[in-house]
Write a protein that binds this ligand. Sequence first.
Ligand code: FES
Length: 105
Amino acid sequence: MSAGYNLGPVEQVPFGEGRAFGVDGEQVAVFRLRDGSLRALSAVCPHKGGPIADGTIDQSVVMCPLHQNAFKLDTGCSTTGAEPLTSYDVQMDNQRNIILWTAAR
Ligand code: FES
């Protein structure tokens, strides 16, 4: 059974950026798209451990800041041939808190 974790106010994550959170022993990168929607992926790049939360994003992909591998924000699949990131379900609750589920999709 999966558990939802309250990561606190969504305002911690600026529009168009990501932030890393430690959740249940895992590092998770939460992104806030420019349309306000949230996405969550594992925060450590499978290529050489780059900080995915510091990557640049558009509406569909995040690019790792170290060697520019790109990963789909919805699925974690790489568009540049790297191993995939894990994707997580994430949403905002009525109090504008980030709620994340750690069970992988
Ligand atoms: S560490 Fe992410 S692309 Fe190399």
